[in-house]
Design a protein around this ligand. Structure first.
Ligand SMILES: [Ca+2]
Length: 204
């Protein structure tokens, strides 16, 4: 009996720190609905890096993953998770700039509601928000499955149209210059033709 009690006590002593750690550690909260929707809607490969620091998501002990966070970062994480209403500046260490912006713009409560209808996340984000300034809104990049933090990454046609719009004055001036040059060359060739054309000597 004594031996059994002793073994039980030793086991409890051994597992207690692990249990304390498990309860003290923030639980991983992953929301794959959004990544799955973006990937399916766009036909592009979308991984967790669209919103998270780590492309493998928040689980693990790597950079930007819960197991590797410092005490200060854990405090920031808990603060970010309590930002239920929109308008709160959050700096979650497991989220990238886009992920933090989503929570700031719509709040954690709304974000959790949108799990039922992840398509509506695009409409919930501010239409003018374009974090990478490539001319394609964050919400549209979410629908397109492109990186909202990389100005080189976007739907090719939309990037072209955005750049044409952005540099329209340059495009117009270049067009005028090309047309003017073309006109000048045509006039030069006409003049050359006149000069080189054999003269018609009138018959006496
Ligand atoms: Ca963009």
């Amino acid at each position: 009996m004594n031996i059994s009690f002793s073994r039980t006590s030793k086991t409890l002593i051994a597992v207690t720190p692990v249990l304390i750690w498990l309860f003290a550690m923030p639980q991983t909260q992953a929301y794959p609905q959004f990544q799955e929707f973006s990937e399916k809607n766009s036909g592009r490969n979308v991984n967790c890096a669209m919103c998270h620091v780590n492309g493998d998501g928040p689980t693990g002990d790597g950079k930007g993953q819960i197991g590797g966070l410092t005490k200060e970062e854990l405090d920031s994480l808990m603060k970010a998770r309590s930002a239920l209403a929109p308008g709160t500046l959050v700096d979650s260490p497991i989220l990238n700039k886009f992920g933090n912006e989503i929570i700031k713009d719509i709040g954690k409560r709304k974000f959790l509601e949108l799990r039922q209808n992840p398509k509506d996340l695009a409409k919930a984000l501010p239409a003018q928000s374009d974090l990478d300034q490539d001319g394609i809104s964050d919400g549209q990049e979410y629908l397109d499955g492109t990186d909202p933090l990389n100005p080189e990454h976007g739907d090719p046609l939309k990037l072209l149209m955005a750049n044409l719009n952005k540099y329209r004055l340059h495009v117009i001036l270049t067009f005028i210059a090309v047309m003017t040059l073309n006109w000048g060359i045509m006039q030069f060739l006409k003049g050359l033709e006149i000069l080189t054309k054999p003269r018609q000597i009138p018959k006496a």
